[in-house]
Design a binder for this molecule. Structure first.
Ligand SMILES: Cc1cc2nc3c(=O)[nH]c(=O)nc-3n(C[C@H](O)[C@H](O)[C@H](O)COP(=O)(O)O)c2cc1C
Length: 166
């Protein structure tokens, strides 16, 4: 793994998101990963930032709401394709997804949330802000399309501490 900058990989992120990525969080002895397809990368507060959207119904939300870090792992080589399917349909409430999918948690410095070693591009992030979507502030089109069941997202803003690439 080598460390790289956001400018080197923002195109990869945009291209990879429709295929999926693994959002991994750990708090205490609770560890979980789930597939995500939505995220933004950019610069806020003069920091490189990655934002992810987690619905309240997710087990991941139970953990990330208490955590101070998260990681996002991509798979440009396609090795995580099966894991994306399992981790995007099964809940960590019912199974240990690391065990079920043969995934290895890998740790960086003193960051609590590990990344998934089988991926080939990883974002290591410190949570600096979170914000629940305000239903009445959403456009009608987005609200009617994505939130018919009132299962809203909480948006987590992660300061990108490190980007690791194979
Ligand atoms: C391709 C794909 C993308 C997804 N993107 C998101 C997302 O961005 N946010 C979200 O809350 N759920 C997303 N999901 C759904 C979760 O991955 C799924 O509900 C998962 O089982 C939740 O696991 P958990 O209960 O262990 O957190 C996505 C699922 C798939 C298959």
């Amino acid at each position: 793994m080598k460390e790289i900058t956001l400018a080197n990989v923002s195109e990869d992120v945009i291209n990879q998101l429709p295929k999926g990525a693994l959002l991994t969080v750990k708090y205490g002895d609770q560890l979980n990963t789930m597939t995500i397809g939505w995220a933004t990368v950019g610069r806020i507060w003069n920091k490189p930032m990655l934002t992810v959207l987690v619905r309240f119904s997710r087990h991941t939300h139970d953990i990330i709401s208490k955590a101070d870090s998260f990681t996002v792992s991509f798979s440009r080589e396609g090795l995580l394709k099966k894991a994306f399917a399992t981790c995007g349909t099964k809940s960590g409430r019912d199974i240990d997804k690391f065990q079920e999918c043969g995934l290895t948690p890998a740790y960086v410095d003193d960051i609590e949330s590990p990344y998934v070693a089988e991926g080939d591009l990883h974002f290591i992030c410190k949570i600096v802000y979170k914000n629940t979507l305000e239903p009445e502030l959403l456009s009608k089109e987005i609200k009617d399309t994505w939130y018919k069941d009132n299962d809203y997202h909480c948006i987590y803003f992660g300061e990108i501490l490190k980007i690791l690439s194979k």
